[in-house]
Design a protein around this ligand. Structure first.
Ligand SMILES: [Zn+2]
Length: 81
């Protein structure tokens, strides 16, 4: 019985890890021009504002550093356009 519980726990842990690895999308507002843009939290390349070109997301090797103002968290895979 105890063994079964332990297995459940490790399953949960791997699920959570996968969730963390997947990253999230954020709707952020550029602090310089107010443009709203959707960015990925695990971006591996810097993301610049499409309007004024200021840096919005700085990659760090893990979770990217978001420079803009986060308006909304979109979760994963929910971005349609
Ligand atoms: Zn901008």
């Amino acid at each position: 019985m105890a063994r079964l519980i332990r297995r459940k726990v490790s399953e949960l842990k791997s699920l959570r890890l996968r969730d963390k690895m997947a990253g999230k999308f954020y709707k952020i507002r550029c602090k310089d021009c107010g443009n709203v843009q959707i960015v990925f939290s695990r971006a591996s390349l810097p993301v610049n504002c499409i309007v004024c070109g200021s840096l919005l997301v700085e990659p760090t090797g893990g979770l990217a550093k978001i420079k803009g103002e986060i308006i909304e968290e979109l979760g994963h895979g929910e971005v349609t356009s």
